[in-house]
Design a protein around this ligand. Structure first.
Ligand code: SAM
Ligand code: SF4
Length: 352
């Protein structure tokens, strides 16, 4: 069992981002955290969560580092007995708000992994993305986190923005690897609806070779690619859990839960959520939808697909891909040999 907690507040809106987050609503943070706590208590009770059952906790956003540490205390007090002894506890953080005090308070609460939204170490690119921090602030924040005692540190990079070249991206990676990180997420820019970049889609270059270049450089630096966009010396157990199709609690406005073959959606609207934090829309997944998701998730990551869940015709097409060396069958599981082709391979297996 995994647990995801969503913090829907940000200091500014990045031009590419369509995540559920609010700017200029910081005066609602306290009320939100009270509702979040109610939501959590309700989920634990309703789902009969057992002590020690939560293997990983991920606090994402939005920007968790805009929330004052003391407001997380009730959440951690409640969660503590339900967390496994060696639970991976991650929080996302933005370099401008992840102060030393914030990082050390979260560390004291039990957080043992930080995922920093860095995006680039080039100040011009940061500005173009409308990030609220400089390259230097990102470097300082990551160094502070390591000094405090965090040994699991990750950062996010975005690529394929106008102006990105192999040389500029290599510089970003060299700077990243000079820092005490053991994990890296490298996302190809996607143009999302209702973002600034949606109005100027030509900011995306569509240069596929940049992804391959980054991948090869990262892997040659000793980080294993374990999913399309994720690389690590230590893999994120929370990420892996999603791709392994584990169940998860989804707490917060805009979070999603997955339990008993159903998805649960609390309100994504901030005020509706604050007023009614236990409301959830439920969506029952069909057998067909579950199979499709297992195929896509298995191929985009090192998780792979159990051969026995595939109907005969799909097995035959997967065997064809094995002959072409695109998949490998090991102990009755199909493993993808090229994550960047995962969607095309999944569609082929399903007969599209
Ligand atoms: C949920 S965001 C939150 C992280 C944190 N708020 C931050 O930005 O520092 C997680 C990551 O998703 C990536 N991301 C968000 N929107 C994206 C987009 N349209 N294209 C590519 N990557 C995106 C960014 O790298 C971002 O750091
Ligand atoms: S990328 Fe992060 S900081 Fe930027 S708007 Fe999205 S959630 Fe907020």
């Amino acid at each position: 069992m995994l647990c995801y907690i969503h913090i829907p507040f940000c200091d500014s809106k990045c031009h590419y981002c369509s995540f559920n987050s609010y700017i200029n609503m910081h005066d609602r943070i306290e009320a939100y955290m009270i509702s979040l706590h109610k939501n959590l208590l309700n989920e634990i009770e309703k789902n009969h969560i057992k002590y020690g059952a939560i293997e990983t906790l991920f606090i994402g956003g939005g920007t968790p580092s805009v929330v004052a540490p003391h407001l997380f205390v009730p959440i951690f007090e409640t969660l503590s007995p339900y967390l496994a002894k060696n639970a991976e506890i991650t929080s996302e953080a933005n370099p401008n708000s992840a102060s030393k005090e914030w990082l050390s308070s979260l560390y004291a609460l039990g957080v043992n992994r930080i995922s920093f939204g860095v995006q680039s170490f080039n100040n011009k690119k940061l500005k173009r993305l409308n990030r609220a921090h400089s390259a230097n602030e990102a470097i300082k924040a990551i160094e502070s986190a390591a000094k405090i005692g965090y040994t699991n540190l990750s950062l996010d990079i975005i690529y394929d923005l106008e102006g990105d070249t192999k040389e500029s991206l290599q510089k970003d990676l060299e700077q990243a690897f000079a820092l005490p990180i053991n994990h890296l997420s490298c996302y190809e820019l996607t143009i999302e609806k209702a973002t600034q970049f949606y109005k100027e889609p030509s900011v995306k270059q569509n240069r596929e070779e940049l992804g391959y270049f980054l991948r090869d450089f990262i892997v040659s630096s000793g980080f294993e690619q374990y999913e399309v966009s994720n690389y690590g010396k230590i893999k994120s157990r929370h990420n892996l859990g999603y791709w392994q199709y584990k169940e998860y609690l989804g707490i917060g406005a805009g979070a999603v839960g997955f339990i008993n073959k159903s998805r649960y959606y609390p309100h994504s609207n901030l005020e509706h959520y604050i007023q009614n934090p236990t409301y959830q829309r439920r969506e029952q997944l069909s057998q067909e939808e579950i199979l499709t998701e297992k195929i896509f998730l298995g191929l985009r990551s090192i998780v792979g697909i159990n051969k026995s869940i595939l109907p005969k015709a799909m097995q035959e097409r997967a065997d064809l891909l094995c002959k072409e060396k695109k998949l490998k069958l090991i102990n009755n599981r199909y493993y993808n040999q090229e994550f960047f082709l995962s969607d095309a391979l999944a569609l082929f297996i399903m007969g599209y």
